[in-house]
Write a protein that binds this ligand. Structure first.
Ligand code: ADP
Ligand code: TRP
Length: 330
């Protein structure tokens, strides 16, 4: 356990909008676990309000919310040592979002990728997508987080959170702590099977809890060039190498890099190796995930306990924020 002076508050969320994949694990959940191990106060939630900006299917939404809760626990987030909760079980986050929207300049949100990309493609964006980063800022500021473990794609959102906190502090006095993103270089962006960022929405994922046959098929469809077995290959230009790297320590990886460069290494062998390492790493978690499927009451209890813990700090924060802006707390 850390000395209390070193103890930090950590928060992060994942949208229950699809099946969790290697990018979610190595880019986010692995770091969530490290912060728990280090004895920090950790708050991890399912961002279901955010998921509504991309998913409009009631049954799928309920199903994914339940399955993502099971994924969190199966991946090793120990509910006894962190708070796991559902964003919508803390609806006060929407009130804080409103207070934050009143200090957020339009231009700040117009520059955010998800909204900007949609508008640039000529598509009409809804207000939820536009306001998405302000809700994310509320998620983070409501617990006065010091650090936010996320993948590289979320860096802009954490910067926007800091900006919004500063706008609020400028208007109402020093109130919010400015959070730092935590993005380890080596796992900042895990590539998908097609070389773009791995994402639930791109159809290029390797899913952690998919049936074994499907995982195998996903790994075997990772895109390669047409080099033959004998050809020397550049590891740094290979999606297979980037994915293999996730499962190797530095010594083992150096051995694979040598084999790439010296030729004689075929893509089939690499895919087999990745599949075998995938099963070694995730096998126990996949088995735990199957058990959890039979324990819905246990998962409900985890979410109930989790929200009770976060409410202890979030509700006083919202009360103080109301007070700071001149809204009475009757
Ligand atoms: P997705 O893009 O698949 O919908 P989310 O947006 O729900 O995933 O992301 C949840 C967390 O996982 C975020 O912290 C995000 O940065 C991280 N993450 C998602 N994809 C990747 C990736 N390919 N590489 C690294 N981190 C990722
Ligand atoms: N926007 C994040 C994503 O798509 C999910 C998220 C919502 C989040 N609220 C957050 C991440 C607060 C970190 C902190 O990945």
């Amino acid at each position: 356990m850390k000395r209390s002076s070193d103890k930090k508050t950590i928060v992060s969320g994942i949208q229950p909008s699809g099946n969790l994949h290697l990018g979610n694990y190595f880019g986010a959940v692995q770091q969530y676990k490290q912060f728990i191990e280090q004895g920090h106060d950790c708050y991890y939630f399912l961002a279901n309000y955010h998921a509504l900006t991309s998913l409009r299917d009631r049954n799928r939404m309920l199903e994914l919310t339940r399955s993502t809760a099971a994924d969190f626990v199966a991946l090793g987030l120990d509910p006894g040592r962190c708070s796991i909760y559902l964003q919508s079980d803390l609806p006060e986050v929407c009130e804080l979002q409103w207070l934050l929207t009143t200090v957020t300049p339009m231009g700040l949100l117009e520059r955010c990728h998800a909204y900007k990309d949609k508008v640039q493609q000529g598509l009409s964006a809804d207000h939820g997508l536009f306001a998405y980063p302000v809700l994310q800022a509320a998620d983070i500021l409501i617990v006065r987080a010091d650090s936010v473990p996320v993948g590289q794609d979320q860096r802009q959102h954490i910067e926007v959170t800091r900006d919004i906190a500063e706008y609020f502090n400028t208007s109402y006095g020093e109130f919010f702590t400015l959070p730092e993103p935590f993005i380890p270089e080596s796992v900042a962006t895990v590539p998908g099977r097609d070389g773009r960022k791995m994402s639930k929405s791109y159809g290029n994922a390797i899913e952690i809890f998919a049936p074994e046959k499907q995982v195998r098929q996903q790994i075997y469809s990772i895109v390669t060039d047409s080099a033959s077995v004998e050809d020397p290959k550049d590891p740094d230009n290979s999606i297979l190498y980037c994915i293999l790297k996730l499962f190797c320590d530095s010594g083992t990886l150096a051995g694979w890099a040598d084999r790439f460069r010296s030729g004689g290494l075929g893509y089939g062998e690499l895919k087999k190796e990745i599949f075998s390492r995938f099963l070694d790493t995730f096998g126990p978690m996949r088995r735990r995930r199957q058990e959890l499927e039979k324990e819905p009451e246990y998962l409900d209890a985890i979410l109930r306990d989790g929200v009770a813990k976060v409410r202890e700090i979030a509700l006083p924060l919202v009360k103080a924020a109301r007070d700071a802006v001149g809204i009475p707390n009757h």
